[in-house]
Design a protein around this ligand. Structure first.
Ligand code: PMT
Length: 224
């Protein structure tokens, strides 16, 4: 799948999502977007046309072959990706998408009262899972597994349930890895149960490892 300028297309999700409670409050997570943006940079270096669907982050990246689509919520991220997934040769799900959102978004700022209150949450769309259902044999999908425990087992579950080709396991237990850091420590797992563990590296270097692995899967598909 190529653009009119003959460049292959990669779709990347990055950053956190924000799930609104009322006009001034939301539920979110600690993702800075650094990992997803580093992956975008590595694909640009490889000559790809990059579509970066990004939650709210404090990073700016510009390039003639880059289109950044800013979104807030998981629903917005899913809608933005729907247009590009069919034309993407490779999709990387690096965003930390909220699994739940408030059942109701209040139109007015909620007022403090003397009582406790609880928020009812409903499931969000699982973007990687939904695209896993329609992925073609000529497309490569790479997901992340962000874990605190039973890392490999949970990562393998996500690899298969979301119909991914590769899963990048990172653990919040590793020092200076995952949220917000400029470094990360990953293991890339493929569908043949091959585990490629890397030492702690800068996110730019980690991105190159991920991009190299994803391109290799694509080349294998072409040969098959
Ligand atoms: O942004 P940084 O500060 O640089 O931090 C990087 C990171 C820790 C956010 C990144 O390396 C990472 O691990 N991203 C995925 C975080 C995550 O949501 O993992 P998960 O195990 O909950 O989700 C599994 C996969 O499904 C992920 O590819 C995720 O993008 C995707 N997903 C999850 C839920 C959902 N509703 N939709 C999804 O697409």
């Amino acid at each position: 799948m190529k653009t009119t300028n003959n460049k292959p297309i990669v779709l990347i999700t990055a950053g956190p999502t924000r799930e609104a409670i009322d006009p001034v409050r939301f539920i979110s997570n600690h993702s800075s977007g650094k990992m997803g943006y580093a992956i975008a940079g590595a694909f640009l270096d490889k000559g790809f046309e990059v579509i970066l669907v990004s939650g709210p982050v404090n990073i700016s990246l510009s390039h003639t072959s880059l289109r950044v689509i800013p979104v807030n919520s998981a629903d917005e991220m899913y809608t933005a990706c729907q247009k590009y997934f069919p034309v993407a040769q490779i999709t990387i799900f690096a965003a930390a998408v909220a699994d739940y959102k408030p059942a109701q978004v209040y139109t007015q700022k909620m007022k403090k009262s003397a009582h406790e209150f609880s928020l009812q949450m409903v499931k969000n769309v699982d973007i990687a899972f939904e695209f896993g259902k329609i992925k073609r044999n000529d497309q490569v999908s790479v997901g992340f597994a962000l874990e605190t425990n039973d890392e490999e087992q949970n990562a393998l579950k996500k690899l298969y349930s979301k119909n991914l080709d590769l899963i990048v396991l990172n653990s919040v237990k590793d020092e200076a890895a995952t949220f917000g850091y400029d470094t990360n420590k990953i293991t890339i797992i493929n569908r043949d149960f091959q585990f490629q563990a890397f030492p702690l590296k800068s996110k730019a270097e980690v991105a190159v490892d991920i991009v190299t692995a994803a391109i290799k899967v694509g080349q294998k598909q072409e040969q098959a």
